[in-house]
Ligand binder design. Structure first.
Ligand SMILES: [Zn+2]
Length: 71
């Protein structure tokens, strides 16, 4: 069921899943998760776990120091 892992928008290396961050989404009010992705060069990206077609965004918690990280 999981799709192929995304590649890093910065360096084009294959990324690894870095866990999920529970978050409230402002545009539709949903309580859902951001899926974190890390590349070998330590770039960290995320996107809504239920919107895999969305572009990746830079994760504001590069060290997984966010309040609600589940790995
Ligand atoms: Zn990278």
């Amino acid at each position: 069921m999981p799709a192929a892992p995304p590649t890093c928008p910065d360096c084009a290396q294959t990324m690894k899943a870095g866990g999920l961050v529970l978050s409230g989404r402002e545009d539709d009010g949903a309580r859902t998760c951001q899926a974190l992705w890390r590349c070998p060069d330590r770039h960290v990206w995320w996107r809504w776990a239920d919107r895999e077609d969305d572009p990746l965004e830079v994760c504001p918690y590069p060290n997984s120091s966010g309040p609600d990280i589940y790995g």
